[in-house]
Design a protein around this ligand. Structure first.
Ligand code: NAD
Length: 430
């Protein structure tokens, strides 16, 4: 290809930086080279430094230390926690870096707008981690809609099946369990859905309303005999689907499984360190006594331009994970199930066509194949010096999903009050 690999710095070496993105350097050795990393946890730095041959002087304890140095790379992958994104993104942009910025851009609308403005001023690429646009699954749905086979889209019904244990891991016991420390659930988990649904239809949201709350994971729902921690003499653990000891330990690491989410409890999981983590850390807490406050179910209704509608549900209470949706058009419908990797295209008066999404590509690792494809687009954007904003996703394309999710949260807190998106955005800009 002739050009040099893009130099990448990664800040935040957790589930995203270390596990999802760093190894893209092995997948695209001609396009990507990790030259610097930052994370306060030495074990994580050592792990990535060793795998990618990063010299010690380029391994920083914090993003702040890295940004204090001259510009070290072409692009920074910002994989720190939600509330750090703004500070890290602004520092990186002002230093002249392009960005892969994990979603959400920021939990605060004004900060999102400021990052967008600064990216434009400095003419930098800011690829927001909306990986779903890059999945063969959603691309097949988008192609079908754009082909006109089902006519004009009139309404979409979509469900994000969070799955009971994923809710418990991330949103009850884990990093995103408290809104003030992270984000609202509808922004944190479902900005992906807002983004993908708007993209599929290709129209703007005009009005939004939402209901939902924290129904189940609260102290008053704890069964009699529940202890504060699963391994602290809980009397109901045998019948509790959320028993952390069974999930992480006896059915997890003790059976040789050491992938996600067990790897979140320890960089190098062993039976002993996972047991310790459960005895003392957040992941061993009873789901009814974890001190969480984000919702476990929420519905969002959106009216788009031309009166097209979207009805979206996020629920913790599902046995399987993944997204399902039904796109209803004037000439037919699409029923799609990401977990089953199938699309059923039913054109009115014709035999339905079933598409097996597994046959459309050969690699579905990392968010249905979205993670590495998103990285590749950003690398190509930089290598080919494309105009920022010209790719499949970019910060300007991601703003609308964030605003919609934030307005939905405001509506939910006001018992479903309908919010006019134009007025909401105008107020933000005033
Ligand atoms: N695109 C997606 O589908 C997707 C999926 C999961 C998470 N995310 C987002 O990615 C981000 C990271 O999530 P994660 O699961 O990797 O979280 P994580 O907690 O596993 O990783 C964050 C890392 O940042 C490190 N850190 C803390 N302070 C730092 C500092 N000052 N400088 C450098 N590093 C610092 C922490 O030690 C930790 O290792 C979050 O904003 C999350 O919402 C996106």
């Amino acid at each position: 290809m002739g050009s040099k690999p893009v130099k990448v710095a990664i800040i935040g070496l957790g589930g995203r930086g270390k596990d999802a993105y760093a190894d893209c350097a092995f997948r695209y050795p001609d396009k990507m080279k990790i030259v610097a990393i930052a994370d306060p946890i030495k074990e994580k730095r050592d792990y990535v430094a060793e795998r990618h041959h990063i010299p010690e002087e380029m391994c920083f304890e914090t993003a702040e230390d890295l940004f204090a140095r001259e510009k070290l790379a072409d692009v920074v992958f910002i994989c720190t926690q939600d509330r750090m994104h703004y500070g890290h993104a602004m520092a990186a942009l002002k230093k002249g870096y392009h960005l892969l910025l994990e979603k959400p851009i920021s939990p605060i609308a004004q900060e999102c707008a400021e990052i967008e403005k600064t990216a434009k001023e400095y003419r930098r690429h800011v690829q927001v981690g909306h990986v779903l646009r890059f999945t063969p699954f959603y691309q097949a749905i988008k192609r079908t809609i754009d082909s006109g086979r089902i006519g004009e889209v009139v309404t979409i019904q979509a469900i994000e099946n969070v799955q009971y244990w994923h809710q418990a891991h991330s949103f009850v016991r884990g990093n995103w369990s408290k809104k003030d420390a992270s984000s609202s659930m509808i922004l944190q988990k479902c900005c992906h859905d807002m983004d993908i649904l708007l993209w599929l239809v290709g129209k703007r949201g005009k009005y939004v309303s939402s209901y939902g709350g924290l129904y189940y994971f609260r102290p008053e729902k704890a069964p009699e005999g529940a202890a504060l921690r699963c391994m602290d003499g809980c009397k109901v653990k045998d019948r509790c689907p959320y028993d952390a000891e069974r999930f992480y330990l006896t059915d997890g690491i003790m059976k040789g499984y050491d992938g996600w989410p067990i790897i979140i409890l320890s960089v190098h999981p062993t039976v002993e360190n996972i047991r310790q983590a459960l005895l003392t850390g957040d992941y061993g807490k009873c789901v009814f006594h974890a001190g969480n406050d984000v919702v476990d179910h929420q519905v969002v209704n959106v009216e788009l331009e031309d009166g097209v509608t979207i009805n979206f549900t996020m629920s913790a209470f599902t046995s399987r994970s993944g997204r399902t949706l039904k796109v209803m058009g004037t000439l037919g419908d699409i029923e799609a199930d990401m977990d089953n990797a199938t699309l059923r295209i039913g054109c009115f008066g014709k035999e339905p066509e079933i598409i097996d999404v597994n046959k459309l590509a050969d690699d579905f690792s990392g968010h249905g194949g979205g993670d590495f494809r998103l990285v590749e687009e950003l690398l190509d954007d930089i290598i080919e010096d494309r105009e920022p904003g010209s790719g499949l996703t970019s910060i300007d394309k991601s703003m609308e999903s964030h605003y919609l999710a934030m307005a939905a949260e405001e509506s939910r807190l006001n018992h479903g009050m309908s919010i006019d998106m134009d007025e909401w955005i105008a107020k933000l800009r005033a």
